[in-house]
Write a protein that binds this ligand. Structure first.
Ligand SMILES: Cc1cc2nc3c(=O)[nH]c(=O)nc-3n(C[C@H](O)[C@H](O)[C@H](O)COP(=O)(O)OP(=O)(O)OC[C@H]3O[C@@H](n4cnc5c(N)ncnc54)[C@H](O)[C@@H]3O)c2cc1C
Length: 434
């Protein structure tokens, strides 16, 4: 969306004169701003405010709510399937002159028994809303049951993977559930058990070791059971078995153990690196087998292996993705005007993570490190600035201001995910005349 938005601005006269056409193919009719999903799960932000509707911001582009199923760059064709997820339609063929590949990444799952049946992902607005409802439902369940084993497993929440997605989601939900527990006559925050399982020896690899250590201490201070150098071995029948030998029942299992490039890339004739990302030059042109740019194709974001002098390749994160999208649009316009493209020069990252209301960790580009309320304010200010729509910035700011004025809303609306359940439960009257 960011690349198309910029191209739309530069090419507007040509687009309106019918001399150029931009087609955006995306299965969701919106862009999702992932760094604020944890706050959606915590109920601090309305889910609709972290998404940007494509048709509203790209009026001069042709937006197709569909999925690309295959790319054949040798003949400059893509196949597009508009059937809803889970259904298979007949893909339509589209031709193009220039191609921008940016399908991002998907959760990196593992063959853990029981994960597919009981695990929840955390990479979309739908998953953030579902997780919020699910956590609140567990509090309702624990408060209402007389079965101690069921109560214990309802109050046990397991997160696997301690990057910014896992740590942010756990910290925000723990904060929200701690507050929500006050509304139950027979629950206290101490009854809730939060477990964070991380395969490596540290959390938050995106942050400095000092801030990661501070976050670890803060989580442990909040009684979060953080298990480093540990993996989930099984989740069969909702019983968690960890590699350190522990075993316990939990009705919530959230999988945030990293990402892998979008599966679409395997169905293309583009050159991929060992990790499955599209090999790119610093100019964001796709690298051909002979080491020269492959004509007419560009890539950016999580799906692209873009060289970074400080590391081997740019890490998959929103800062690189947004900066690359801007440069990609400029380079593509330059190519149309026969000007040379500019290389991507990665800037130092300025990461931050919110750990619940008024708590966070952040570092600045100059190496400064902040914790607590000041880090939290900086985190919010940064994401407000980066949200790619003025309208959304105002809406998110309003959510935050209202959240400061009123009590948190902690009711579960799990039934909205099963809109037909009540109707089906009513049964079918086979003898209407009686
Ligand atoms: C929960 C969470 C929290 C995060 N927090 C941070 C953070 O705090 N800071 C940070 O820097 N980064 C963060 N990230 C990472 C960041 O969101 C990503 O790096 C960034 O979104 C990558 O941008 P992208 O455009 O490459 O991919 P995406 O934003 O994932 O966009 C790719 C789009 O391509 C679409 N697509 C996929 N396959 C197809 C197909 N076959 N056909 C058509 N369209 C397709 C997808 O629907 C998607 O909308 C977070 C990620 C998550 C999941």
């Amino acid at each position: 969306m960011s690349a198309a938005l910029r191209l739309q601005q530069t090419l507007r006269p040509r687009l309106r004169a019918g001399q150029a056409e931009i087609t955006v193919v995306e299965p969701q009719p919106y862009l999702t701003y992932h760094p604020l999903l944890a706050e959606v799960a915590a109920g601090s932000i309305d889910p609709r405010h972290v998404v940007v509707p494509l048709r509203r911001v790209l009026p001069d582009c042709r937006v197709l709510t569909a999925r690309v199923t295959r790319i054949e760059h040798a003949t400059r064709r893509v196949w597009v399937d508009a059937a809803p997820r889970g259904e298979h339609g007949v893909p339509t063929e589209l031709g193009y002159d220039l191609l921008v590949v940016a399908p991002g990444s998907v959760s990196r799952t593992a063959p853990v028994p029981g994960l597919a049946e009981h695990g929840l992902g955390f990479g979309s607005v739908g998953e953030a809303v579902a997780l919020r409802n699910h956590v609140l439902e567990q509090l309702d369940l624990a408060s209402s049951t007389r079965d101690p084993a069921l109560r214990q497993s309802a109050l046990t929440f397991v997160f696997v993977g301690a990057g910014y997605a896992g740590v942010g989601a756990l910290a925000e939900l723990e904060d929200m559930a701690r507050y929500a527990a006050k509304g139950y006559h027979n629950l206290t925050a101490d009854d809730l058990r939060w477990v964070l399982v991380e395969a490596t020896g540290r959390i938050l690899p995106e942050e400095s070791p000092e801030l990661a250590a501070h976050t670890l201490a803060e989580l442990r201070d909040r009684s979060v059971d953080v298990r480093l150098a540990t993996t989930l071995e099984s989740a069969l029948d909702r019983v968690m078995v960890l590699s350190d030998g522990s075993r316990f029942a939990a009705r919530t299992l959230v999988w945030t153990a990293g990402v892998r490039p979008a599966p679409l890339l395997r169905d293309t004739d583009l050159p991929l690196d060992r990790s499955g990302r599209v090999r790119c030059l610093p100019t964001l042109q796709v690298l051909g087998p002979d080491g020269a740019p492959l004509p007419g194709v560009w890539a950016a974001g999580d799906c692209a292996a873009v060289p970074d002098p400080a590391a081997e390749y740019c890490a998959p994160n929103a800062q690189h993705a947004l900066a690359q999208a801007r440069l990609l649009a400029e380079n593509l316009s330059a190519e149309l005007d026969s000007r040379p493209p500019a290389p991507y020069r990665p800037e130092r990252l300025d990461c931050s993570t919110s750990l619940g209301l008024g708590r966070g960790v952040a570092h600045t580009r100059r190496g400064g490190q902040l914790t607590g309320r000041r880090a939290w304010w900086l985190h919010r200010a940064r994401h407000l600035r980066r949200l790619p729509s003025f309208d959304r910035r105002v809406r998110v700011l309003t959510d935050w201001l209202l959240g400061g004025l009123f009590n948190r809303e902690v009711v579960s609306l799990g039934s909205v995910e099963h809109p037909r359940a009540e109707f089906e439960a009513a049964g079918w009257d086979t003898h209407p005349e009686q």
